[in-house]
Design a protein around this ligand. Structure first.
Ligand code: 0L1
Ligand code: MG
Length: 278
């Protein structure tokens, strides 16, 4: 992965598509098999070099359609690659979104299996639960905060299915933004009593601090990442309904985990979230 020359913390909204319906099905088959079989695959653009961001979202939405048809419930959405640290780490230049299924959730303090994951890594994030619908291209930070029921600290376990973490934006978007598991904990608090843009966090692995940061790293304010997510949803013809669970993006770079590791994210004001890997 090479560091991108220039990063942009605004949404890429060019959703032009180049793949026909058969290619979208073929690539969704590949992603679905890699995710369910925990198998690493080459990035999709190796075979489809003209693939666009819009094509990546077409694959992601087809995957969501299949899993909902199979009876899996959607809990909400995640914004990803929303900090410069993450973009530089992954060599991409704009943020992305992905969907979250209810069965991705794991309980705080529980043990997360790694044998059904490919490259598990953790991120500490501020998660939002909404109480009003959000829709459209120009949602503001204030509108996101007014529509927020509460915020809660979270650990996201991401799992890129691409061999050696070699991917680009269309490929990672098709892979649902590496979504795999998430864990909430700490305290669920109303957003209006918090300075949400300057919450410190320390990420510990096996009792040692391995990353630290402040929530301002997420686009200046995590609510701005939620606004960006709503803008991308708008471009995809979707909205964010009331009652959605939304992860706003990693505050620090992602940290690799392996069986036996215990990870704890300690958030200022919001408390801590811990999880073990086996
Ligand atoms: O949650 C995210 O920031 C998305 C990460 C996608 C790329 C990766 O696997 O790190
Ligand atoms: Mg994340």
């Amino acid at each position: 992965m090479n560091a991108p020359e220039q990063t942009s913390l605004s949404a890429a909204t060019d959703m032009r598509r180049t793949l026909d319906a058969a290619a979208v099905q073929q690539l969704t088959d590949r992603i679905e098999a890699a995710q369910t079989g925990a198998r690493a695959i080459p990035k999709l653009t190796d075979d489809f070099p003209g693939m666009t961001l819009g094509d990546g979202y077409a694959v992601q939405l087809e995957l969501l359609r299949r899993w909902r048809a199979a009876g899996r419930r959607q809990a909400g959405w995640k914004a990803g690659l929303t900090s410069k640290a993450k973009m530089v780490q992954m060599g991409v230049t704009v943020p992305s979104i992905g969907f979250l299924l209810a069965d991705f959730a794991r309980a705080e303090g529980s043990t997360v299996r790694t044998d059904d994951l490919v490259h598990p890594r953790v991120e500490c994030e501020v998660a939002f639960v909404t109480k009003a619908d959000l829709a459209g291209p120009d949602v503001t930070r204030a509108q996101v905060l007014a529509a927020t029921d509460f915020v809660v600290p979270a650990i996201e376990v991401i799992d890129s299915r691409f061999s050696g973490f070699k991917f680009d934006l269309p490929s990672v978007v098709a892979d649902n933004g590496s979504s795999a598991r998430y864990v909430t904990g700490g305290r669920a608090l109303r957003a209006d009593g918090l300075e949400l843009d300057c919450l410190g966090v320390v990420l510990e692995k096996n009792g040692e601090p391995v990353a630290m940061g402040a929530s301002t790293a997420v686009m200046g304010h995590p609510a701005d990442a939620v606004a960006l997510l709503v803008k991308v949803l708008h471009e995809l013809g979707e909205t964010l309904p009331a009652g959605s669970f939304v992860m706003s993006g990693g505050i620090t770079e992602a940290i690799a985990v392996k069986p036996g590791d215990v990870v704890c994210a300690r958030f200022q004001e919001l408390g801590s979230v811990a999880v073990r890997f086996a």
